[in-house]
Design a protein around this ligand. Structure first.
Ligand SMILES: Nc1ncnc2c1ncn2[C@@H]1O[C@H](COP(=O)(O)OP(=O)(O)OP(=O)(O)O)[C@@H](O)[C@H]1O
Ligand SMILES: [Mg+2]
Length: 246
């Protein structure tokens, strides 16, 4: 899926979170979205996913324009192949077991129990969660929760996967696991968009980096070029390692 943002603005009451955003994302890209806290990263990726409303401007999915005059139903249909894990995984966990988290979307799609259970098990295994299958999701660590949420979206086979700060507060081992998972998905041809504060992580999972500062795109280009520029890192408060997890 190709995505185009045209003259996008996002406001929350008085706060202007995004201004004059023009952006094109091609199918199969791997992109990091970086920038200081409060700069508009989560707002941007939620507009792309259709999980927050645009204040002004348009989003095009494969050339089909979606603006605020378009019916919500159309937005849902167009955005249905884009899935996002929110910054706070607790907002996307709502069943009694890990297994049920994976089953829920499949049942919603009308799959029979046998087929649903087969698919669920494949993804539980793929994300290394087999030993946690019967656990109550709210008792999991934040890394485990993030994997459950990601996996429960992957069962729907989205074309575009957006993850908002997947590695905040995670240990090194879990960070490495997330790198492998995201790189694997991109190799399968899926578009990957990752919001991260961690320069190392961005370098490992993306070929393109977009930096947002104070609601505007200030850099957009190859990860290699942008993240090797010390001046850009300092100006945008970008660091190695990730201990920002608000
Ligand atoms: N629901 C909301 N209501 C009011 N203001 C909001 C809301 N969500 C975000 N904002 C404001 O919009 C701006 C951008 O927020 P956003 O969450 O997009 O930033 P961010 O770059 O993701 O930050 P962080 O790195 O802390 O996650 C901030 O000033 C924030 O306070
Ligand atoms: Mg955010």
């Amino acid at each position: 899926m190709n995505i185009k943002l045209i003259n996008i603005q996002k406001r929350y009451d008085e706060t202007v979170a995004l201004r004059d955003i023009n952006l094109e994302i091609k199918a199969g890209e791997s992109i990091s979205v970086m920038g200081p806290s409060g700069s508009g990263k989560s707002s941007l990726v939620n507009l792309i996913a259709g999980t927050r409303k645009i204040t002004e401007g348009e989003v095009e999915y494969n050339g089909n324009i979606v603006d605020n005059k378009t019916k919500k139903k159309v937005i849902k249909k167009e955005a249905s192949t884009i899935k996002i894990t929110f910054q706070n995984p607790n907002l996307q966990i709502f069943t009694k077991t890990v297994f049920d988290e994976f089953m829920f979307p499949l049942r919603n799609l009308g799959k029979h129990e046998d087929e649903a259970s087969m698919i669920a098990n494949v993804f539980i295994d793929k994300l290394g969660l087999t030993h946690l299958k019967d656990r109550q999701p709210h008792t999991l660590s934040s890394g485990e929760k993030r994997k459950v949420v990601l996996g429960s979206l992957l069962v729907m086979d989205p074309e575009v996967i957006i993850v908002d700060e997947p590695t905040a507060f995670l240990d090194e081992k879990s960070v490495e696991e997330f790198k492998d998972i995201l790189n694997g998905l991109n190799k399968e041809g899926k578009t990957i968009i990752v919001v991260t504060h961690d320069v190392d992580f961005a370098k490992a999972v993306s070929t393109r980096t977009i930096i947002i500062n104070d609601g505007s795109i200030v850099e957009d280009g190859s990860t290699e070029n942008i993240l090797s520029d010390e001046k850009i890192l300092i100006e945008n408060k970008l660091k190695y390692g990730d201990n920002n997890g608000n």
